[in-house]
Design a protein around this ligand. Structure first.
Ligand code: ZN
Length: 414
């Protein structure tokens, strides 16, 4: 079985799931082709965003087997300077906030190559990583970070507590939204937690997603798009009380949720309830906001298609810059293929020499831009647009123009 379709909400188990946005049949956003011949057997799955009419959780209903998605994951966290700084500050915040000392255990779920846990280790606490991708778990072990390779949930949480004792911090960054069984995941975090400890979970915020029309962050790995509202009941159900929520400016706007064991009747902190009220006031629990979002997305597609078509008619020579997973959602949804974008350049050696899933555009090294006669560069990694335009300033100096697909399709006039 490679794919299943849910009929119940992940958070409240209600059956009233309502379609918000249909992005069509899409291949897996990270399944770059090694050979164009693979196009004939490429897997495609529906990519539909739904909202639960009972608890308002925004989620995908089509679930691709995680063994296909995550067992050999190629995203490694330890690579960028920005993330390294973020990790040090994060470890310091958690150690400081909880007054952790020698002997206290910190468990990270989806610990990747152990970059974050190493920052905890440097501060003298005990660490344990949980990472399902076997190749990446092995990298972490080689760097001295004890790591078990499992898909996390209630059973694994209980087993780890039996083996390693209670944790004073269970941290999970950018993984909750990737998990199909949200409740079992949080219950597992609670099962691992010791008295006085905290579960600290970070994920991209629905508010930013809606406001900036970030539909390209929708792909099969991202199963949930969280606001605070659906989490209140869900946390209570697994015995966790939310003590604090921080806004974090990574990945286009994220929330960091701190929670403690709450006994048989967990009570969330007052400021948390106030934030949930604000979401209600902004209409997060009503259909209109989501209808406007879907209309906005359709309008962006039309504008981008018209802009690219206009450039093509004028004889412009286009190429893409950056081949992130999100770029593939955008290319496939907007039906942009090699006839519009003959090639894309990217800095990742894991992507160069391959073809983009669905749109089948070749990915080449950045150096190939030189002498290719390209006069317009479509920036697919548009959240790094400033950095890319700075790196490619000689392209603009030579008369080239950058094209941004989102949040508003436009040509940057320099
Ligand atoms: Zn629900």
């Amino acid at each position: 079985m490679t794919h299943t379709r849910r009929t119940r909400c992940r958070a409240c188990e209600g059956e009233r799931l309502s379609l918000v946005l249909d992005l069509g049949l899409q291949p897996l956003a990270n399944a770059f082709l090694r050979d164009p011949a693979e196009a004939a057997t490429e897997l495609r799955f529906p990519l539909e965003v739904h909202r639960c009419l009972d608890c308002s959780l925004v989620q995908l209903v089509d679930v691709v087997d995680p063994e296909i998605l995550f067992r050999d994951y190629i995203y490694v966290t330890g690579t960028s300077d920005t993330m390294a700084r973020h990790n040090r500050a994060y470890a310091e915040a958690v150690v400081g906030e909880l007054g952790l000392g020698r002997g206290d255990l910190v468990v990270e779920v989806a610990s990747n190559d152990g970059s974050l846990l190493r920052c905890f280790q440097e501060r003298g606490v005990r660490t344990l990583g949980v990472e399902p991708a076997r190749n990446i778990a092995q990298m972490a072990r080689e760097r001295g970070i004890e790591t078990v390779s499992e898909f996390f949930g209630l059973e694994v949480g209980e087993a780890l507590r039996n083996q390693y004792g209670p944790a004073m911090a269970v941290v999970a960054n950018n993984v909750l939204a990737h998990v199909d069984d949200t409740r079992s995941f949080l219950a597992g975090c609670a099962a691992l937690l010791g008295d006085g400890g905290r579960v600290v979970v970070e994920f991209p915020y629905l508010g930013d997603f809606l406001a900036r029309l970030e539909y390209d962050t929708v792909y099969h790995e991202h199963l949930c798009y969280f606001s605070i509202l659906p989490l209140l009941a869900l946390y209570r159900k697994v015995g966790l009380a939310i003590t604090r929520i921080d806004r974090v400016p990574v990945h286009g706007g994220s929330l960091r949720i701190w929670a403690a064991l709450g006994g048989s009747r967990p009570q969330h902190a007052e400021p948390v309830l106030a934030l949930a009220e604000e979401e209600r006031a902004r209409g997060y629990d009503a259909p209109e906001l989501y209808q406007r979002f879907a209309q906005g997305v359709a309008r962006q597609r039309q504008r981008l298609q018209a802009l690219l078509e206009d450039l093509r008619r004028k004889g412009a020579r286009l190429a893409g810059y950056g081949a992130p997973a999100k770029g593939n959602t955008l290319l496939n949804y907007c039906a942009i293929g090699p006839e519009t974008l003959p090639f894309i350049v990217d800095r990742s050696p894991l992507k160069v020499g391959r073809w983009t899933p669905g749109s089948h555009i070749p990915v080449r090294p950045v150096a190939e831009l030189e002498g290719a006669g390209v006069d317009h560069l479509l920036i697919l990694a548009w959240n790094f647009a400033d950095e890319i335009m700075e790196q490619q300033r000689h392209f603009a100096a030579g008369g080239g123009r950058f094209v941004l697909p989102l949040p508003e399709p436009r040509i940057i006039e320099s």
